[in-house]
Design a protein. Sequence first.
Length: 146
Amino acid sequence: MTYIETDQGWFYLAAVMDLYSRRIVGRAMADHLRADLPLAALRMANSAQRLGAGLIRHYDRGVQYASADYRTLMQSVGLRASMGRKGKCYDNAPMESFFHALKTELVHDRHYATRAEATRDIFAYIEAFYNRNSSPSALSARSRWS
């Protein structure tokens, strides 16, 4: 999960990446960091991709991912859990790379008066730009999104 500043206060984004395609297949945005935020992103990923038994879901050590509801959904879908090791930032490097790209290519150049403005921009960035250019070779050669 990452955060975005708006005049209305902090705004949070949870995302699920398919590591094979490097596409964001699930996302959720809210004004809180409660467990239902990453749960909504995982539900979206499952609806979009029909996640299957045996797939591995990697996540960081955030308390939201350890919630009973999150673990129950993972179990019902058949996902295997992979939690990052304490102090090992590289375990979650693909997601951190996405969040860095989002912030440097979009968020840091914008001023958001409302969370609704941030939602529209982030949705457009993910769906119209990032997911269409998300292969590793495309990302290394891409130009700045604006």
